[in-house]
Design a protein around this ligand. Structure first.
Ligand SMILES: *Cc1c(COP(=O)(O)O)cnc(C)c1O
Length: 221
């Protein structure tokens, strides 16, 4: 599918949900995609991208930023504390704030650097052992703790279990956000972004539907 196709599907989903046109931001997830495909999306004027790994983003985005203005790149994947400083210089937002140790590190760096990317707290709505994110029952407290640290928490993010109906997970994320006065919901990917928009997503993270399937053969995952 083309970028334009995805954008028009987003607009229809917004309409069907009775939401304002443009209320959902499209994050084009460029991880693992060949640079020429990313460049083509940049040339179409798209400005908002998502990456999963600090190292990969560091090798790609400083160069693109020299050539394209006002690009925003969001980190979607897990962040190790020893890469936090580097991440703060690479991304406009981090969607994977998921534990106290990382919150403390980001707060310390934010003090030192005088700025901080927008932060989304990742919630493990499916309570899956292998997935990051705070549990639903710990979310309110963790949000409060992050605010106490002065961190710019702007919203929540989730990645529902692969084999389940995502709608209840999106609803659960939205309920936690509303309860805590958070405006942004990062939810929905290629397979389910229209459902996410129905449930109130403000940021959908779409990779393969825009760029085609990812080819991991050339690199370590
Ligand atoms: C890879 C990834 C996406 C995009 O997935 P697609 O199915 O290709 O749209 C979205 N969010 C996160 C956190 C990802 O890691």
């Amino acid at each position: 599918m083309s970028l334009a196709d995805i954008q028009s599907r987003i607009t229809s989903a917004e309409q069907q949900a009775g939401r304002k046109a443009g209320s959902t931001k499209l994050i084009a997830v460029s991880k693992v995609q060949p640079n020429e495909n990313v460049r083509s999306v940049l040339e179409q004027g798209h400005k908002l991208f998502g990456e999963n790994k600090v190292q990969e983003a560091a090798g790609k985005w400083p160069k693109f930023r020299e050539q394209f203005e006002q690009v925003n790149v969001h980190l979607l994947g897990p962040l190790q504390t020893n890469k936090a400083r580097q991440a703060m210089g690479l991304f406009e937002a981090i969607h994977s704030l998921d534990r106290p140790k990382l919150a403390n590190t980001l707060a310390r760096l934010a003090q030192e650097l005088g700025n901080c990317p927008d932060l989304f707290i990742q919630v493990n709505t499916g309570e899956e052992a292998q997935k990051s994110g705070v549990s639903v029952s710990d979310a309110d407290q963790f949000i409060a703790d992050c605010r106490e640290l002065g961190l710019p928490v702007v919203g929540l993010m989730c990645l529902p279990p692969a084999q389940e109906d995502p709608a209840p997970h999106f609803r659960s994320l939205r309920a936690i956000a509303e309860q805590n006065g958070l405006e942004n919901l990062s939810m929905g990917m290629s397979a389910d972004f229209e459902i996410a928009i129905q449930e109130g997503a403000t940021h959908v993270r779409v990779g393969s539907a825009i760029f085609g399937a990812r080819d991991y053969s050339g690199q370590a995952r």
